[in-house]
Design a protein around this ligand. Structure first.
Ligand code: KG4
Ligand code: ZN
Length: 332
């Protein structure tokens, strides 16, 4: 059963073909260069780029694939004008070619991304730390399709905080990978930053206090001083983000005792964050997995096709195609 996945939730036009949980093709047309100058994703530019790219990406994806039987599309969460392009494309395709259509939650795609191209022999329950530019959450998975959200961010996503910190220093976009590189030669703790929500019960996250503290401490610094200290600043901010992520995750591990940990989403392609997660896994004697390739950490349609195949196996297809719509603020 070949499943075509489509994701246009943000700034990547992506399509993929998955069969029996394995990737046959995964195409990602990135718009990073388009949004770079603005320091973040501009919804209207994203929409136009999706419209321009979508047919080309489709042709490239299905080339030589033979018959595709199911179309799986991200219906949210994401940017409304961007989501609309993918959802309309998928509806038209399913309608015209008489294919089954499955609606997918983008976050579920990230959650299941470590299953792709692997044998499904993980020990359950699995606790997932899912960290991207748009969401940050801890989810306990009891089975595929059975999720308990333990904590979410109350304000910014961790990736968003990294991107904003990079902008404050005067570095490029997206900030996460730039900070990671610079941080390798920097001194952690060069700047004192708070540990958010330290005395609060629960497993939620908050990054706006960190971001504000960083901003105010550097407010009167000249460009030259920031550049001189960019490694130390990167290391300090990255460490503070990681400290908060793994402080909350450790509490959740102690309380829910999962058997396995997953680290997914763009921020978990970061080696410093992965190392912190591995250390936690070792401390609590858990297995830990990331997607088999870092390309599956950042946005991609293979994870959407994967979820689509799972949902299709459970008979969860869209019955009235013409009535399907995107949901920009969809939660798990
Ligand atoms: O998962 P993703 O590609 O898209 C969303 O769904 O948001 O995540 C993008 C986010 C950006 O904020 C980016 O700065 C961050 O992930 N990111 C990283 C790294 N690569 C991407 N953050 C830290 N280290 C990285 N290596
Ligand atoms: Zn994503």
């Amino acid at each position: 059963m070949k499943v075509l996945g489509i994701d246009t939730s943000c700034d990547e036009t992506s399509m993929a073909v998955v069969e029996n949980g394995k990737i046959l093709r995964n195409i990602v047309a990135s718009q990073v260069s388009l949004h770079k100058n603005w320091g973040g994703v501009v919804p209207d530019l994203a929409k136009r780029a999706h419209e321009k790219n979508i047919d080309k990406v489709y042709q490239k994806t299905i080339l030589g694939m033979g018959e595709i039987e199911v179309v799986a599309v991200t219906i949210g969460p994401g940017l409304a004008p961007a989501l609309r392009v993918g959802v309309e494309f998928a509806k038209k395709l399913a309608w015209e070619t008489n294919k089954k259509l499955v609606a997918v939650n983008h976050i579920e795609g990230h959650l299941l991304s470590p299953f792709i191209n692997r044998k499904n022999d993980f020990s359950w329950p699995i606790m997932v730390l899912s960290v991207s530019g748009k969401h940050t959450q801890i989810v306990l998975m009891e089975a595929i399709g059975k999720y308990k959200v333990l904590g979410v961010t109350l304000d910014d996503a961790a990736g968003e905080a990294l991107d904003k910190a990079a902008r404050v220093i005067g570095l490029g976009y997206p900030g996460g990978p730039i900070l990671e590189k610079l941080a390798k030669n920097g001194q952690v703790g060069f700047l004192k930053l708070p540990l958010p929500l330290k005395n609060m019960v629960g497993y939620d996250f908050s990054f706006s206090g960190l971001k504000t503290s960083f901003y105010y401490q550097l407010k009167d610094w000249q460009e030259a001083k920031k550049m001189e200290n960019k490694e130390n600043l990167s290391a300090s901010f990255q460490e503070a983000v990681g400290a908060h992520l793994f402080y909350q995750l450790e509490k959740a591990i102690r309380d829910y005792q999962p058997a396995t940990l997953f680290g997914v989403g763009g921020v978990m392609s970061n080696n410093y964050m992965r190392q912190k997660m591995r250390a936690l896994a070792l401390k609590y004697q858990l297995q830990v997995f990331f997607p088999i390739s870092k390309k599956l950490n950042t946005d991609n349609a293979a994870m959407i096709a994967y979820v689509g195949e799972e949902k299709w196996k459970r008979g969860e297809e869209v019955r009235e195609i013409e009535r399907l719509d995107f949901v920009a603020r969809l939660s798990l």
